[in-house]
Design a protein around this ligand. Sequence first.
Ligand code: ADP
Length: 582
Amino acid sequence: MQPWYATKAMIALYFLLAIAAIIALREYELSRIRLRNLLQMAELEAAKLKELDHLKSRFYANISHEFRTPLTLILGPIEKMEQEIRDPRTLESLSVAHRNARKLLMLINQLLDLSKLESGNYKLSVSNGDFISLLQGLVMSFASMAEQNKISLEFGYDPRLKTPGIADDFFFDADIIEKIVSNLLSNAFKFTPEKGRIKVKACLIGTQGNNQMVEIIFSDNGIGIPEANLPFIFDRFYQVDSSSKREFEGSGIGLAFVRELVNVHKGNIYAKSRLGIGTTFSVRLPVGKDHYLPGQILSQPNASETRGHIRSKLVFSTHAGRNYPTMSKTGLPLVLVVEDHAEVRHFISDCLSKHFRVKEAKNSSEGLRFANEMIPDLIVSDIMMPVMDGFELCKKLKLDVKTSHIPVILLTARAEDSEKLRGYEAGADDYLIKPFNPSELLTRSINLVENRHLMREKFSKSAIIKPGEITVTPRDRVFIEKIMDIMEKNMGNHQFSVNHLALETGMSQSQLHRKLKALINLTANHFIRSLRMHRAKELLEANAGNVAEIAYMVGYEDPGYFSRTYKSFFGILPSAIIKNQK
Ligand code: ADP
């Protein structure tokens, strides 16, 4: 008898099992081949897409380049014409062309940067600097826009961000920060109606060490974004309302650009929004330099200046490598800051406060009043102010003999050359465009005050006052000529005093005192005495009389007192001169 496993039925079963196994193996093999093919196809597709994307980026880059050259050739002649043409209507049209050509150039630069970012060719350069000052300066550069649109603009920061331990640890690329902030703020202004509110706040998040980040929150109470559209707003060319009837102009590049910039800077960005309530963008950036490659870290501060291809107006070191003398607070020169926007005013004061005593004025008329009362050493004024603008203020200051010698720096948000020209025509000594670089403001302020100081020093030491040489403005020249004339007429008048001189010049004694101090570094008393003494010297040397006679000619009743004054002035007795002459 056959064993059970060798029966015919069992053999048939073995046969069937073998066939099933062969079929299963074949099926497995086929599915693997199918999967492999699918994968290969997907890879091929991805490669094709990548190639397409690469081509697209190259196309953007090429076309942007092609656009840039003719645009530069449009901008150049416009700028030149703006300087030459005087007709206000033509200037107005030119200014429209100028503004729009610049806008186009900015857009093209953004496209170019975006394609660089996407292809990984954008070079990050971080350096150590004062992050909060940079941020504050950027936000404040929108203050005029806020005023024009009646929008309240606020800036705040976690005070820990200014403590030395944390502040010293900030490494960032100023160009990138500037682009991020200006794009997000431009959007906030575009989508927030009048009487709205825009806030920028910087916070410190995470624990000390690798995880610590700075979070910059941009919030507005504008039109908001519908929930369904929110996931797409960072896509290139995406706009919530892309209909041809849309209310807001734009290209849909801004946020895509911002996200790429934030990513290169090893950070991330989130958006929250509610339709009709408002929008908040949070940008988180790492603190410290561990996140960056050695080649990305610059040892010098001022990344934006070293890279050079972008506006170099914003830097963060307030000392810019110069050693300014630090004096006691009361010995510091006095600067008057005229700016109607409170936060910008405080910001400017902050920038200057280490090297100046600062007085603030809320508007031009207050500025004019303070300038007359205090005769400051420098005035920094905004241009855009209600009622009386900065040009008018500057003109008034330069026309009034009490204030004409005070150097004036005008600040403006507008970069047009015609504005600059207007500033200089109003008699401004310098001109800065917002967003200004705090160190540049400080350097220029110090330079102006130092120049005047050097001039004064020179003339307080020289024997003869030449009005044409000691003065920088025609008003001051006339003033000096006038007081010299008054003195000439009263040289022999022993009763003539500071009080009379002030009366005759139409100034108060303290105004006259400050004016003379500013122009020739002499108090009014010293000035009168100096003129009398120099005249006495001339008369003595010309043998015009004896000591008593000459004393009388220069307004001294008492020859003994005259001799003592002369000796302390020239170190020699008048009688000795007469003796020498003989
Ligand atoms: P655009 O040039 O159109 O402003 P962006 O990429 O900067 O392009 O923004 C994309 C879209 O996101 C905008 O068209 C707008 O609909 C929406 N958006 C951006 N910022 C805001 C904001 N602060 N409030 C409301 N909507 C916004």
